[in-house]
Design a protein around this ligand. Structure first.
Ligand code: FAD
Length: 415
């Protein structure tokens, strides 16, 4: 029977980063996925390593925004009507966590992870020869109205007090950074310390190659085969059954598929999101990601083309794609930037794995010896992958963790 110290289930940015960090500490590790590294949710994000994030995405605070979403007119959110009854308890918890005092608390509890995000990617990419995928030009948030810009004042002030670089710009100063943007906005903020990725798939693959170079084993297998075999955990792989004393579940939105049979129920929902690549028209170009804050979309230059991404869709994870949000945002995106023909025939669909309090779980699983959880990174999995890898490797090897892990414990959902 093949045996390793640890099996990591899921080779997204989170699982791959964990595997590298464990292997670096001399632990024998197998990384198991049914697909290639980085081909799940980690393939399709907008590529921003957001060391600047302070407040999480919040439940809409004003009735007009809610009404637009209810009437399916909002660019930032969509839903499947038949799915609503299933998601109502999660939405209620998300709404409660979006009260101003709770948002501040979340910001404080998440800060240690965000503060390390860029440095942890820097360290991993340096050893993985992945630095060529990192672009150090920050990102731009654009505001079409004075009202939307004014609403950011509190966050900008707080960011400045935390030493997070941000530069409010008028339209022309922003266009000096990105001359291909049309003057359809009034204000911008340049989050100059953020890093962006030119190809998130290639970056995850570079980390996976580093894992292999450290002696780690990558195997194809179905995580749902995980079960206890005497004192060990066992998972079936294409190379045969594999035993390990410890298992890390890093299955992103698929985490419940493995946890539910083990009797572990966590409030993990998905916010689905789409992307599509477009060729730029003529000489139009972007050199960093851009968010059209009121438009509800992002544009980012990727190796595959200009990637246009959407906000959240509340629907069952495996329900058929309904990319209506892309259709809603394309006119505004074309107004801002000269998007040409789409690159692919169909949009890509991914699912952000989200807990209602916008914090991941990075912790031992409750009541299951040798089982560890690293899931629920929501809108920030690319950002937080390497830091999560370090934190869980430190916890598993008994080292002093670089930050207090308590805010990321699963027990917070078990009272
Ligand atoms: C449109 C969009 C934009 C985003 N933009 C950003 C951004 O700019 N910055 C940022 O930080 N984050 C962003 N995110 C979020 C980020 O992409 C995710 O949080 C992150 O990719 C989650 O990583 P993960 O490793 O947990 O999950 P995944 O990448 O989904 O990895 C899970 C792995 O588990 C595997 N798996 C599933 N089931 C099984 C099974 N039964 N057996 C074996 N293997 C299995 C899958 O194949 C997959 O490889 C965005 C997300 C979306 C959708």
């Amino acid at each position: 029977m093949a045996h390793t110290d640890v099996v990591v289930l899921g080779a997204g940015i989170v699982g791959t980063s964990i595997a590298v960090h464990l292997a670096k500490r001399g632990v024998s590790v197998a990384l198991v996925d049914r697909r290639g590294a980085g081909e799940g949710t980690s393939y399709g994000n907008i590529g921003i390593i957001e060391g600047n994030t302070i407040f999480p995405q919040a439940f809409p605070g004003d009735w007009s925004a809610l009404l637009r979403i209810a009437l399916k007119r909002a660019p930032e959110a969509n839903y499947h009507l038949a799915f609503l009854p299933r998601i109502v308890p999660w939405l209620a918890a998300f709404r409660a966590a979006s009260q101003p005092a709770r948002l501040i608390e979340t910001a404080q509890l998440m800060r240690p992870l965000f503060a390390r995000a860029v440095a942890e990617h820097d360290a991993l990419s340096a050893e993985a020869d992945g630095e060529r995928y990192l672009r150090r030009r920050g990102w731009l948030k654009l505001y079409r109205s004075d009202r939307a810009f004014a609403a950011q004042a509190r966050e900008l002030e707080l960011a400045a007090s935390l030493g997070i670089a941000n530069v409010p710009l008028d339209r022309e100063a922003a266009r000096a950074l990105e001359p291909s943007l049309a003057p359809v906005f009034r204000h911008a903020v340049h989050w100059s310390g953020a890093v962006s990725v030119t190809n998130p798939l290639a970056l995850t693959r570079a980390y996976a190659a580093r894992f292999a170079a450290l002696g780690g084993i990558a195997l194809t297998g179905d995580a749902r085969s995980l079960h206890r075999a005497a004192t060990h955990w066992r998972v079936d792989t294409a190379a045969g059954p594999l035993d390990a004393g410890d298992v890390v579940i890093a299955l992103g939105p698929w985490t419940p598929d493995v946890l539910a049979p083990l009797g572990i129920k966590l409030p993990l929902a998905v916010k689905r999101g789409y992307h599509r690549h477009f060729r730029p028209q003529g000489n139009a170009m972007l050199s960093r990601p851009v968010l059209d804050a009121e438009g509800g979309y992002c544009l980012a230059p990727m190796e595959q083309g200009i990637r246009l991404t959407t906000g959240a869709e509340f629907a069952a994870r495996d329900a058929r794609p309904t990319p209506v949000q892309l259709a809603r945002v394309i006119p505004a995106a074309r107004e801002l930037f000269a998007l040409g023909e789409p690159v692919e025939a169909q949009p890509w669909l991914g699912a952000r794995p989200c807990f209602p309090d916008s914090r991941p779980v990075i912790a031992p699983a409750p009541r299951q010896r040798g089982l560890w959880l690293a899931c629920g990174h929501g809108h920030w999995g690319l950002t937080l992958g390497p830091g999560t890898g370090r934190l869980i490797a430190e916890l598993m090897t008994g080292a002093t963790p670089f930050c207090d892990p308590k805010p990321y414990a699963a027990e917070r959902f078990m009272q």
